[in-house]
Design a protein around this ligand. Structure first.
Ligand code: AMP
Length: 282
């Protein structure tokens, strides 16, 4: 696996690959890797000649400095996992490399309704930071295919919108959520769960499955009522539960009018924010 820390070096390497007619797949991450991340590498390897992974804990997408500081950075373990997964290129830039002094800090993209609800409502500025970093990474790596997880559905929808709005020549691929055996969605934050919280956390997915089942017959209003009742547990602190259409991420009033509908939730368990979602339509 080739390891690069500077923009110049990775660009020279990838230019040569492209000159040889090789296709490039790219999975951006913040490290603390798990099987969910490795599934993106696996999907990229299936479709491309060269697979690039980046590890960059992007300060611009953290509204909470404490959260940024305590974000895990097990870089040696990550490197070994990527080697084992057959990743070809690892890009690990420092903050100064990603955001040099002459970086355009003025750019921003109007995301309309996409960043108003859910994570956007709970983490001011978060998705602006995400668009800034993903745009920068895409301009550096210039991949043919970009692999991003359904786990962060709002992030996926926003990046998909940005790629279209900026007319970037990259195909974005939605990758399924990888779960622990008991259903808990894998996340770098799961290591922060204490024993009690870890035991409670799988109930998030179990609840989403019940919601999915109920959505065959129920109205949206009934889904919200049931979801609130099911998430109302002493060990859960519900940040939100929303039933949204993926094109605008607006809350739907009916389950039949829109092409794609997901139920999304974030629950605090033992003080750790856990995100999950499930497809309701089609
Ligand atoms: P992160 O390092 O948390 O920024 O995540 C990097 C990428 O991995 C994002 O596209 C995530 O959506 C994706 N990802 C995170 N957790 C999972 C999971 N459990 N299954 C599949 N993809 C995931």
């Amino acid at each position: 696996m080739h390891l690069f820390t500077t923009v110049k070096d990775i660009q020279i390497f990838l230019q040569e690959c492209r000159a040889e007619g090789k296709t490039v797949g790219f999975a951006p991450t913040m490290g603390a890797l798990h099987q969910g991340h490795l599934s993106l590498i696996e999907l990229s390897r299936r479709d491309n000649d060269i697979t690039v992974c980046s590890i960059f804990v992007n300060p611009r997408q953290f509204d909470d400095k404490k959260d940024l500081d305590k974000y895990p950075r097990p870089i040696e373990k990550d490197t070994e996992m990527l080697k084992g997964a057959g990743c070809d290129v690892l890009f690990i830039p420092e903050v100064e490399e990603m955001y040099p002094t002459d970086f355009d800090n003025q750019w921003s993209l109007d995301l309309g309704t996409l960043d108003k609800g859910m994570e956007g409502a709970h983490r001011p500025g978060h998705f602006h930071g995400v668009t800034v970093v993903v745009r920068r990474l895409l301009e550096i790596v210039m991949p043919d295919h970009l692999y991003m997880g359904q786990k962060d559905l709002q992030q996926f929808c926003i990046v998909q919108y940005m790629i279209k709005a900026l007319d970037m020549p990259v195909n974005i691929v939605l990758c399924p959520i990888v779960r622990e055996a008991d259903g808990l969605a894998m996340s770098s934050r799961n290591v922060r769960l204490d024993e009690t919280a870890r035991a409670a956390a799988p109930a998030i997915y179990q609840t989403l499955l019940r919601i999915q089942e109920l959505s065959r017959t129920a109205t949206v209003a009934e889904l919200y009522t049931q979801a609130r009742a099911w998430f109302d547990r002493p060990d859960f602190d519900l940040d939100y539960f929303e039933v949204v259409r993926t094109d605008t991420l607006e809350v739907v009033s009916s389950l039949d009018e829109y092409p794609e509908i997901f139920a999304c939730t974030t629950v605090r368990v033992g003080g750790v924010r856990l995100l999950d979602n499930i497809r309701l339509r089609p």
